[in-house]
Structures are given as C-alpha cells and as structure tokens.
Design a protein around this ligand. Structure first.
Ligand code: FER
Length: 401
C-alpha cells in the first residue's frame, strides 16, 4: 500500500495495523516510520518487506517533513535495524505532483522483488546480489539443535553499577598500511589496567551498517564486562572494537552493502595494522591463546572467515548472527583435525527469528558432522542488539580460561 500526503498517513496507520494484509509500505510526502513505530508494532521486522519514504527536497528542513521526527534519520535507523528501508528525495520539487510521480517511479521497481530473487538464486544465496533485503526474507526453518545453550543473562547484566570498579573506553588512532589512512578503534581496558600485568585481548567486530562505535551504541560492552569481571565471571581482558570497513571512507554511508569488499579486505588491516598497534600500545599477552575474535552479523562472518583461516593468531573465535559474507563451511574448516586441535573455543549464536539463521545453521551442521567441538546457542531474538548484548555476556565467560 502506498499513498501521497494524507494518503501516506493513511497508508501508515492502515498497514501497521494490518501486517497480515500488507508487506510493502510507501509514504510519499506523508510522514515516516520511526524505530518506535517498529518497536510498537509486533511482528514488523518479520513481516515488512519494504518501507519506502520519500519527499520533495523543498519539503524537507522543517515543518511538514519533520513531523514524527526527521524522516531521513528514521529511515537510517530502520536500515540499521535490518529493515529494508529506502529513503528518496525528489530533487528541486515541493509538495506537488512531480515529487509523487518520481516517487512512484522509484518505488514500483522495489515491489515484490525479494522473494522472486531469492527463489531464483536458491536457498542460502538470498538476495545478496540482486535484492536490497540482503537475504533476510528467506524462510526460517528450525531444527532440533536450534535451542539455547545458556539461560538468559541475569537481569541487570548490562546495567551500570556504582559500587564496582569500572574499566575505561577510549578512541585510539592507528596508521593503517592496508588502507593508507589513519583509522579509529574503540578500546576498553578493564578496571585497574596496569602495565605490571599482561592482558588477553578480544577483538570485537561490528555489522554492515556499523563502525567503531556500533558495539558501544548497541550494547555498552564496557558495562557488560565491568559487571562480569566484578562478579568473577570473566577474566580481565582488553576489548578492541575496530572499524571493519577497510577503505578510505570507512563511514557507514549510502548503500552499505556496496562496501562488502572492504569488509573482506579488513582481514589484512586486522592482522597487519590493528593487532600490531594494540600490541605496541598496551601491555598484552601476544599469543594465539590470548587473542579472541568475535563479531556480530557482517562482523560475525569476518570473525569466522579470518579466525578460522588464522588459528595461529586466534584460538577463540565467535560469530553472532553471522551474515552471508560467512564462507562456506568446507572452506572455513578445510582441516577438521587441525581445528579440533587448535581452537580453544568456536562459538556460534543466532536468534531464532533472524532471517539469516540459515548461515549459522549450515556451519553448525557441518561442524557437528565433522566432530569439531563448538557452542551453538540459539536464543529467541531477531537480528538485533538484544541478542548481541546477551552474547557479549555469554561469550566472554568462556574466554582465556
Ligand atoms: C547480506 C545480508 C546481511 C549481506 C550482509 C548482511 C554481504 C549483513 C548484515 C549485518 O551486518 O547486519 O546479504 O551480504
């Protein structure tokens, strides 16, 4: 359903109440959909295939366009949340016919695409190359193993506590030979960090729409780790949150899927630039048994791809809600005997409402077949910060023991 102006507002209120009847939503100069709308609409993420919001450029920058929040910011927030959200601005037009004619021209080709593309490409291929949904629309089929390995974290696991010592998070810069720029990474040092000791390090990677600040914005790793460490549930460790988009402009701008090659290239930035910079600046245990690599979604795929290819560098590897950039299982684990011997921990997790779960299931099934020990934790979340925060409670408890 789509509409212009008042018809856009009608479209919004009717579709949100009737997601069993409408999956594609178009609002032309008629409001926008915010993350609050999404969160207040049960089933939105699972059911909605497209949210298209458009305006004439002369409508924006105040008044009408701002009602219900900045429509561009709302569209970006939806995209970050894994929703197929498209924002279009008609150049040099106002609240008028030409804005809507152009909007329809942009909107129509996006309709009813994903399923057709996914079916054409077959399961597992998703719509990576053709659709804009990134394969999130594939049906979820749960198997008998797809169960939680752990109980939910205790209430308050990510609540800041006044009565415990706190670590510190700072933004660190390093020169990347791989990218040819000075890049940023957020570094958490645990309570009482001192050069009298040497610390293990967890390298923690973000998703396709994120950057070096994403983990902090999504889940406050400093708070989760402060609590785990204070309660004696995790070792004292450093957490490094670099930017996994190894290209000169490493901001999450425009079509974030276009930067997928830079996420692959990050393998070399991590090994040749990030790790040496960390090991020069901090007092760390610089061997495989004291380096862990984990990430969410695109960063989960990176962690599995890089970690399993470099078991001489990382003994602890985790992929949370890993994305379709994850290599095929046989490529990830060409030598199951070596994996069995070298890995201290291989950890896979995903939400049972995540349209990308097939990626993790495929790897779990392969590892099981090949007798490679691993943790497979399926919780009841989608592709969202809830599951990532909880996994950042579960995963570190197993590290460096
Ligand atoms: C894809 C779907 C999702 C894909 C990447 C993602 C590279 C990443 C999602 C995320 O990081 O949240 O098809 O292909």
């Amino acid at each position: 359903m789509a509409g212009l102006s008042m018809g856009g507002m009608e479209t919004k209120s009717i579709t949100l109440k009737n997601l069993d009847k409408f999956s594609h939503i178009g609002l032309f100069s008629g409001g926008s959909i915010s993350l609050d709308d999404v969160n207040n609409t049960p089933g939105f993420k699972e059911k909605v295939e497209l949210v298209f919001v458009s305006y004439g450029s002369r409508e924006l920058g105040g008044g009408r366009g701002r009602r219900g929040g900045d429509p561009k910011a709302n569209a970006d927030a939806l995209q970050q949340a894994g929703i197929n959200s498209v924002f279009y601005v008609s150049p040099d037009t106002a609240h008028e016919f030409l804005s809507w004619r152009r909007s329809l021209r942009e909107f129509a080709p996006l309709l009813f695409q994903d399923n057709a593309v996914a079916a054409q490409r077959g399961p597992g291929q998703g719509a990576r190359a053709g659709g804009r949904r990134g394969g999130f629309g594939a049906p979820i089929e749960l198997g008998p193993d797809d169960e939680p390995a752990f109980a939910d974290p205790p209430a308050g696991f990510k609540a800041e506590r006044e009565n415990i010592p706190h670590g510190e998070s700072i933004m660190v810069q390093y020169d990347s030979q791989t990218v040819g720029t000075r890049r940023k990474m957020l570094v958490y040092t645990p309570r009482g960090y001192s050069t009298d000791r040497k610390y293990p390090v967890l390298y923690l990677l973000h998703g396709i729409g994120g950057d070096e600040t994403e983990w902090q914005r999504f889940c406050t790793p400093n708070v989760i780790l402060d609590n785990l460490i204070a309660d004696g549930k995790a070792e004292s460790m450093i957490i490094v949150m670099p930017n996994g988009r190894a290209q000169k402009n490493d901001r999450a701008e425009g079509n974030v899927f276009a930067s997928a090659p830079a996420f692959a290239k990050f393998e070399y930035d991590l090994l040749d630039d990030v790790i040496p910079a960390i090991e020069a600046k901090y007092s760390v245990k610089a061997d495989r048994e004291h380096r862990a690599l984990a990430g969410l979604s695109m960063g989960g795929g990176q962690s599995l791809n890089f970690g399993l290819a470099h078991m001489d560098t990382f003994a602890w590897v985790g992929g949370f809600s890993s994305a379709p950039n994850t290599k095929a299982p046989a490529e990830l684990v060409p030598d199951p005997t070596a994996a069995r011997k070298q890995l201290k921990l291989l950890y896979l997790s995903c939400g049972n409402k995540d349209g990308l779960i097939r990626i993790s299931q495929r790897l779990h099934n392969h590892l099981k077949e090949q007798n490679v020990p691993h943790i497979w934790h399926v919780d009841s979340h989608g592709h969202d910060a809830e599951t990532w925060g909880k996994n950042l409670y579960h995963f570190p408890r197993h590290l460096f023991k």
